[in-house]
Design a protein. Structure first.
Length: 169
């Protein structure tokens, strides 16, 4: 059984490194869904003061090393849970696909000023390019609701803590 078997059973696929996806997101489906960023390395992470995340609307995406350390959960594979498409917080529809959302995330991680503020702590990990991204296409389910369910399930298993780079429920 590989490290990802449990996620594959839940319908996740892809399992591509960030560096692969920075080269091309063509393998990512052009459909709505949810995605996760995983860290398979078991070593203690090295946090950097200035990550590679872009300054969107001139806002600094970096946080203090102390905040990174506070958010870190030792031994946890899941670092971030995100969504693409479905209903937005304001009730309007979003047509953004997994491919588009993950492409924005990769551009943000390369220092471009794009609107992917969520998950920005990832880019303050020295090994960010080695992280793994997987996704699950949702045909009928609402991505926002599935993301919320996954974050809540994670919190139940981790004494109320969210995944490392999820800064809100």
């Amino acid at each position: 059984m590989n490290d990802f078997a449990v996620y594959e059973e839940l319908g996740f696929e892809g399992f591509k490194s960030v560096s692969e996806l920075m080269d091309s997101v063509d393998v990512v489906p052009d459909k709505k869904g949810i995605y996760m960023v995983l860290r398979v390395a078991t070593s203690v992470p090295v946090f950097v003061e200035q990550g590679t995340g872009g300054f969107f609307k001139k806002k600094n995406p970096n946080v203090t090393i102390q905040e990174l350390e506070k958010n870190w959960i030792a031994g946890e594979l899941i670092l971030y849970i995100g969504k693409a498409g479905g209903t937005k917080k304001d009730g309007t529809a979003s047509e953004v696909t997994l491919q588009e959302r993950i492409a924005l995330y990769m551009c943000f991680g390369q220092g471009k000023p794009v609107g992917h503020w969520g998950g920005r702590l990832i880019w303050q990990l020295e090994d960010a390019k080695d992280l793994i991204v997987c996704w699950k296409v949702l045909e009928k389910e609402e991505p926002r609701e599935e993301e919320k369910k996954m974050i809540q399930a994670f919190k139940k298993q981790h004494e109320g803590k969210r995944p490392f780079a999820n800064l809100q429920d």
